[in-house]
Ligand binder design. Structure first.
Ligand code: PAF
Length: 306
């Protein structure tokens, strides 16, 4: 299907044979709604991948999974100021809209929504969504307000795009849990909470979770960084095998530091949905979540207890 392009607001990329293959809408909500309606015409389904741009293989994996789920795929690129703290450099966040659009077009994405800050948060904007409790632990403890910013912008994006499915990487497990809780608590229907899909973390051959932060590692640190996932797998095996959570986490701390990490921000076993801390494993859906520092990078990872 080829979309009509809103003359004032949408910018088509040229696909093969000169056809408009990806429609890019940079600001007007009306144009987005028209484009979404055109995609949904005839009962077609829509999957949505929200991003902040600077796309890498992890994002493209989400797009490929989205294509399997629905007839059409929309991606948003919006560097959301509300999820950056005062000491986090919003201005330094990479912005590569043209290169990102080319990558999305090559993946066969139908629609790119790239709103400006003024469109997302017009003069007098006053509403905040806070998913209390889930936002205060793990990464939220060190980044007050961050997950309010995430929940608020994702709720707005859901209302703007009205997708059948939305896809998020499981690597940011806390973010995924917060978005699911927000969708459940607010009775969202587009997408319904059951159609908020977590896509498993893409890993390097040695188990390191793919992340844009891996580029900050020296060759030696990159090799040492594989120790994080190794230690996590060992801890999970020992908890599932009957060891106490406390002893498995203590061994994990030792193993991670021994492999070259300089500090550990947290290493917790938590309920996968509520993020409640678990001091004993009772067979429920649980995740081991770790954040640790190596060189100038802070790496996060999480895994299910199988
Ligand atoms: O994971 C991200 O890139 C962002 O937190 C998200 C979900 C796009 C909201 O800005």
């Amino acid at each position: 299907m080829r979309l009509g392009v809103h003359p004032a607001t949408a910018k088509p990329c040229q696909g093969i044979k000169g056809e408009a293959a990806l429609v890019q809408i940079n600001n007007r909500l009306e144009a987005l709604r028209e484009a979404v309606d055109a995609l949904r015409n005839g009962g077609k389904t829509l999957a949505f991948v929200p991003t902040m741009g600077a796309l890498h293989e992890g994002h493209l994996t989400l797009v490929r999974e989205a294509k399997k789920l629905a007839d059409h795929v929309t991606v948003s690129i919006f560097v959301n100021p509300r999820q950056f703290g005062p000491n986090e450099d919003l201005d330094a966040y990479p912005r590569r809209l043209a290169a990102d659009a080319a990558l999305l077009e090559a993946e066969g994405v139908d629609l790119l929504w790239a709103p400006t800050v003024d469109v997302m948060y017009p003069q007098g904007y006053a509403t905040n969504i806070s998913v209390s409790g889930l936002d205060a632990v793990l990464c939220g403890a060190a980044r007050p307000g961050h997950f309010d910013g995430v929940a608020t912008v994702v709720c707005k994006l859901f209302n703007q795009v009205r997708p059948d499915f939305a896809l998020f990487g499981e690597k940011d497990w806390q973010q995924l849990a917060i978005i699911r809780r927000m969708a459940r608590d607010l009775d969202l229907s587009q997408p319904h909470v059951d159609r908020i899909i977590g896509v498993p973390t893409v890993r390097e051959a040695d188990g390191l979770a793919m992340s844009s932060r891996n580029q900050y590692l020296s060759a030696e640190e990159r090799e040492q960084a594989a120790g994080l996932n190794r230690a996590m797998r060992k801890a999970i095996a020992s908890i599932v095998g009957g060891s106490s959570v406390a002893s498995a986490l203590a061994a994990l701390n030792d193993d991670v530091l021994a492999s070259g990490f300089k500090s550990i921000d947290y290493a917790d076993l938590r309920d996968a949905a509520t993020l409640e801390e678990l001091t004993a494993y009772d067979g429920r859906d649980a995740r081991l979540l770790v954040a640790a520092r190596i060189g100038s990078a802070r790496l996060i990872d999480n895994m299910a207890l199988a």
